[in-house]
Design a protein around this ligand. Structure first.
Ligand code: FAD
Length: 380
């Protein structure tokens, strides 16, 4: 068992770190303050394959393995969790279901533009009455002779305000296995974008509601076989959870680094606060949790790369990485004292950004349900 990252993974990490430090970091606080999605940064990210991380090279992507993917999302989220969210949702629950369940025609029609970053992906399951309980989806798809007519409202859609290719969960009226996923392009008549949410964190991501009012899609926009919607959603979320775990880890890593630097620099009682045992305990706990989180994350990613079932491992990684992000950012604010509660310091943003990693793509309670189900269905 080798715990050291290989040369390829080290190089990926270094390359992404250099890019995000130079191109994104100087603007991050402003983007958060203005709740603005940075189209100009997205343009600079496109040639580096951020939008086609695991897409095969012949479709214009980088063809990365899942461990590399997790490293990219961690490094990106270490600087901008909101862009990390955009990129991970686009790649995982946006593109991967099309690659896995799409026909050759659908893959060729949608994936190259998505991999190029010219069409951002979104995944919409959540509705006012359907959150953790995906079975409660009410958005309907009525079948006609040449396609489907979709009606309903989706809420809290990551990338909603800028998405070009949207995966929509709907129930097909009258069908036996009713849950389906449709690929909806943003210029379809009847598709409307709602107001951008005024969020606590992830403020540079245009999370919004999406409305479907008699929105017609052709038959060939149904993803997978009729009635496969739930399977497509759950499979996509397994991959998605690796991305959210990596995002949470990136936030925790940033908060830890800021805390070490601050603890060495800040003087109280005529010495740096890093000399106090309590502060050292915080730093030791942060480092230990971050290490454990990264090991769980890379294990889940390695399972996926090997083709081994990885659903429980992805849930464990998501649960532990998001809890780590919460406790580490909390400690980071504590180490910074009053300054940590001020927007002058980045830890204030990390603290706000961390919380939602325990909520989206399955709350921590839902991750525990997935893990427990896995334990209880293992042969004894
Ligand atoms: C910033 C942001 C971005 C998002 N992006 C997307 C997106 O791109 N696409 C999308 O579809 N959704 C998205 N969501 C929605 C997100 O996935 C849901 O908020 C989440 O799944 C929880 O659903 P809910 O908010 O309806 O909470 P509820 O399901 O109402 O849960 C409320 C509480 O009850 C608990 N609970 C519910 N059921 C159980 C149970 N059986 N056992 C124990 N506890 C339970 C939950 O864990 C939670 O603590 C996003 C949300 C946010 C905030």
């Amino acid at each position: 068992m080798d715990f050291n990252p290989c040369m390829k993974h080290q190089l990926i990490s270094k390359t992404v770190r250099e890019f995000v430090e130079n191109e994104i970091k100087p603007m991050v606080a402003e983007l958060d303050r203005e709740a603005r999605f940075p189209h100009e940064i997205v343009e600079r990210m496109k040639p580096l394959h951020f939008f086609g991380l695991q897409v095969p090279k012949h479709l214009g992507g980088a063809g990365l393995d899942t461990v590399s993917y997790a490293i990219v999302i961690e490094e990106l989220s270490r600087v901008s969790a909101a862009l990390g969210l955009c990129v991970t949702v686009h790649n995982s629950v946006g593109i991967s279901p099309i690659l896995e369940f799409g026909t050759k025609e659908q893959i060729n029609r949608f994936v190259p533009a998505m991999a190029a970053g010219d069409s951002i992906g979104a995944f919409c399951l959540t509705e006012a009455n359907a959150g953790s309980d995906a079975g409660g989806v009410e958005t309907s798809a009525r079948q006609t002779q040449d396609g489907y007519i979709i009606n309903g409202t989706k809420i809290f859609v990551t990338n909603g305000g800028v998405a070009g290719t949207i995966l929509v969960f709907a129930v097909t009226e009258g069908a036996k296995n009713a849950a389906n996923v449709f690929i909806v392009e943003k210029d379809r008549p009847g598709f409307l974008v709602g107001e951008i949410e005024d969020l606590c964190g992830m403020r540079a991501n245009p999370v919004s509601s999406l409305f479907f009012e008699d929105c017609k899609v052709p038959m060939e926009n149904l993803l997978g076989k009729p009635g496969q919607g739930l399977k497509i959603g759950l499979t996509g979320l397994d991959t998605g959870r690796i991305g959210i775990a990596a995002q949470a880890l990136g936030i925790a890593q940033a908060a830890f680094e800021a805390s070490v630097a601050y603890a060495k620099e800040r003087q109280q009682f005529n010495r740096p606060i890093s000399r106090f045992q309590t502060i050292q305990n915080y730093l030791a706990d942060m480092a230990t949790n971050i290490d454990a989180a990264r090991l769980l994350l890379h294990r889940a990613a390695a399972f996926k790369d090997k083709g081994t079932p990885f659903s429980a491992q992805a849930s464990m990684a998501k649960l532990f990485c998001s809890d780590t992000a919460r406790t580490v950012t909390d400690m980071a604010v504590q180490i910074h004292g009053g300054y940590g509660y001020s927007k002058e310091y980045d830890v204030e943003r990390y603290f706000r950004d961390a919380k939602v990693t325990q909520i989206y793509e399955g709350t921590s309670e839902v991750q525990r349900m997935v893990i427990a189900r896995h334990i209880l269905t293992q042969p004894s």
